[in-house]
Design a binder for this molecule. Structure first.
Ligand code: SAM
Ligand code: SF4
Length: 427
């Protein structure tokens, strides 16, 4: 999501005559797009600011701005703590960049952290910063209305709002015309996407169908689904279109219904299992990935074991796994005690990672001997003679180039795998 936002920022700055540089030493304006989701994300930003302070010391005309969620959360406090920062800009204030930059140029600290109920940056054509020219993010909504007890997102990105489907389709058509072959539709809870115009309602199922119809050779991915909202209607739409990728990221967070209730996730372990069963029966061969938090407030060994057993049961192809990090202002920070000692959080996280690694390896081994359609994204990191792409299930495949190029679809016969990658040759 921050990559997509940075691309909007680059578009706004390009209109002002700025150019993007790969070399920070050349920059007259340095913007750092930030994340507040866990404390260590913010710690890294403070470290980054220290690391770049010498540029400002050498040339005081260089402007430094902190943008995104951390700017929203800390507001003026950023400037009090780090004097090299000239601008603090929240995620809904990017259209105000021209005036904020002039203010900073005139020697004043510039701050805009107003959140909006309407801003979706519709009408701005993001300038793609990714280099592959094949895959791209498309933001379909902003903010979040779910109040998960641990999560800072609703406070730093504001209320949920959906973007006009026409502007989404314009962006997707433009990407297709420019050679892109895959889009990932982004929202904190894509299942609650909703747009109404003259009595006609577009939900996420309708939206993704419209995007899939742009061209059968355009792959469509999406993230993130919420277990409480993901509908059978959406699953049937995914199964109907070959170009809607067979991969669902469905964050479970915990396997214990008691913890899920405290987290305010609005579903139980049984409900989540039912959704997985629905995915398996409506879309056979669909990969499922998840997010898990270890050591949430009051989590017992029993709760933790329920998470481990759910991971085993679901057989996730992939998971992002985190230690609970208390975020100031959230319901959990206000009402519950962050009472799981750090070493227990670490041990539980390691147990979760070890079970998941075993399952991820098993899922890759099962792919050996099979043939997958792969969209080529570029050269493999290790060798120019090898290409790299992904299957519809979002697994990375590496294979000898054989005269093919990025943007092509090829069928690859998988011969072996490493912990992260399938390796094969074009069939
Ligand atoms: N909207 C998505 C959802 O509800 O699944 C995910 C949003 S969040 C940016 C990505 C992940 O970060 C969450 O699924 C959760 O696992 C993790 N996360 C959020 N807040 C956290 C916290 N305070 N401590 C640790 N992990 C957190
Ligand atoms: Fe955070 Fe929950 Fe919204 Fe996801 S759904 S962004 S975890 S509040």
């Amino acid at each position: 999501m921050n990559v997509a936002d940075s691309e909007v920022v680059v578009a706004i700055l390009s209109d002002l005559g700025f150019e993007l540089t790969d070399s920070i030493g050349e920059a007259g304006l340095i913007l750092i797009n930030t994340c507040s989701i866990r404390e260590n994300a913010e710690q890294r930003i403070w470290g980054r600011l220290k690391a770049i302070s010498h540029y400002k010391k050498k040339d005081n005309r260089i402007m430094i701005g902190l943008i995104g969620c951390m700017a929203e959360r800390l507001k003026e406090k950023v400037i009090e703590k780090e004097h090299i920062v000239d601008m603090v800009i929240g995620p809904d204030a990017y259209r105000d960049l021209p005036s904020l930059i002039s203010e900073a140029e005139s020697g004043h600290k510039a701050v805009n952290v107003l959140l909006s109920k309407e801003e979706t940056y519709a009408g701005i054509s993001p300038v793609r910063m990714d280099k592959n020219g094949v895959t791209s993010f498309v933001s379909i909504m902003r903010g979040c209305n779910n109040m998960c007890a641990y999560c800072v997102v609703p406070y730093v990105r504001g209320a949920e709002r959906s973007r006009d489907p026409e502007s989404i389709l314009n962006e997707v058509n433009e990407l297709w015309a420019n050679g892109y072959r895959e889009v990932t539709l982004l929202g904190q809870n894509v299942d609650s996407y909703s747009w109404e115009y003259e009595g006609h309602k577009t939900g996420f199922s309708e939206l993704i169908e419209k995007v899939a119809l742009v061209n059968p050779l355009l792959r469509v991915r999406f993230s993130t689904s919420h277990p409480k909202d993901i509908s059978d209607k959406l699953l049937y739409t995914i199964s109907k279109y070959n170009n809607i990728c067979k991969h669902i990221h469905l964050p479970v967070q915990s396997g214990s219904s008691r913890i899920l209730k405290l987290m305010n996730r609005e579903y139980t372990r049984e409900w989540y299992m039912d959704r997985i069963k629905a995915i398996r029966s409506i879309i056979p061969d669909c990969a499922v990935s998840t997010d898990i938090i270890a050591g949430f407030c009051s989590e017992t060994e029993e709760d933790h074991k329920e998470t481990l057993s759910l991971i085993e049961w679901a057989g996730f192809d992939f998971a992002y796994m985190f230690k609970y990090s208390e975020r100031p202002g959230t319901k959990a920070a206000r009402k519950y005690k962050d009472d799981i000692p750090e070493e227990i959080k670490t041990r539980r996280l390691n147990e979760i990672i070890s079970v998941q690694n075993k399952i991820s390896a098993r899922s890759k081994k099962q792919d050996i001997g099979r043939i997958f359609e792969v969209l080529i994204e570029g050269n493999s990191k290790r060798s120019q003679d090898y290409l790299s792409g992904r299957t519809t299930q979002n697994k990375v495949v590496v294979f000898p180039e054989n005269g093919c190029k990025r943007g092509d679809y090829v069928n690859v016969h998988v011969e072996r795998c490493t912990s992260a990658t399938l390796i094969g040759r074009i069939n």
